[in-house]
Design a protein around this ligand. Structure first.
Ligand code: AP5
Ligand code: MG
Length: 213
């Protein structure tokens, strides 16, 4: 099953993608996580991406398209994959379709996690991310077992650099102008599944899996 997660920053794409990955045994590929790991390791890609990310802007298409197209050719993607945070522009979606078409494949579901902007701004203030493995928590909706510490790897939890309110506003603007048009793009292809992302995490998950099977 080949899935992409659509939705505004903080809509819950990563939260649902992780659960879907466990449920269906297919890899969760988050371009945001890949960039953050590159920044942490101070790679050339990380150095190029950091300025854009900290400003709440998109990293240029040419830095992300090949990376994803190569990644989905890996062996662990043979049964499918969940792309989280890619595609984010129409050219990225076209490049992905082109790569899949060449192998007679296509995206099965584009899951649009729908959350209004007002809701997002409140939600982001409570998000905490692990500096070690990138796992995501929420101070109220999904707290770690021990405050400030990652359940998975025991490292420290922090507010993401781009989760400051000014940057969240910028990311929302970028989402509306550049990423939202993908909803119509996948609707036209008949692969769109929209879920109400303001519901509880488990309820959202059940709604998605009731369609995916
Ligand atoms: P990325 O890391 O993809 O960030 P994003 O799209 O802004 O999305 P987030 O990760 O912030 O939110 P999410 O939807 O995953 O929500 P989450 O599950 O964490 O990208 C970061 C940056 O990288 C971009 O700004 C860009 O610069 C660059 N980039 C990445 N990909 C790119 C691309 N393809 N092209 C160009 N640039 C790219 O949930 C949020 C919080 O809410 C959590 O605390 C969670 O616990 C909580 N929560 C989740 N669901 C619920 C619920 N149902 N109810 C209550 N709380 C919930
Ligand atoms: Mg995410």
């Amino acid at each position: 099953m080949k899935i992409i997660m659509l939705g505004a920053p903080g809509a819950g794409k990563g939260t649902q993608a992780k659960k879907l990955s466990e449920r269906y045994g297919i890899p969760h590929i988050s371009t945001g996580d890949i960039f953050r790991a590159n920044i942490k390791n101070n790679t050339e890609l990380g150095q190029k991406a950091k300025g854009y990310m900290d400003a709440g802007q998109l990293v240029p298409d040419e830095l992300v398209v090949d990376l994803v197209v190569d990644r989905i050719k890996d062996r662990d993607c043979m049964k499918g994959f969940i792309l989280d945070g890619f595609p984010r522009t129409i050219p990225q979606a076209e490049a992905l379709d082109y790569a899949l078409n060449n192998q007679n494949e296509k995206i099965d579901y584009a899951i649009n996690v729908d959350v209004p902007d007002e809701h997002i701004i409140k939600r982001m203030a409570g998000r905490r991310a692990c500096v070690g493995c990138g796992a995501t928590y929420h101070t109220e909706n999904m707290p770690p077992k021990k405050e400030g510490i990652c359940d998975v790897c025991g490292e420290k939890l922090v507010l993401r650099e781009d989760d400051k309110p000014e940057t969240v506003k910028k990311r929302l603007e970028v989402y509306h102008s550049q990423t939202k048009p993908l909803i119509a793009y996948y609707e036209k292809k008949g692969s769109l599944l929209t879920v109400d992302g303001t519901l509880d995490i488990e309820v959202v998950f059940k709604k998605i899996t009731s369609v995916l099977g």
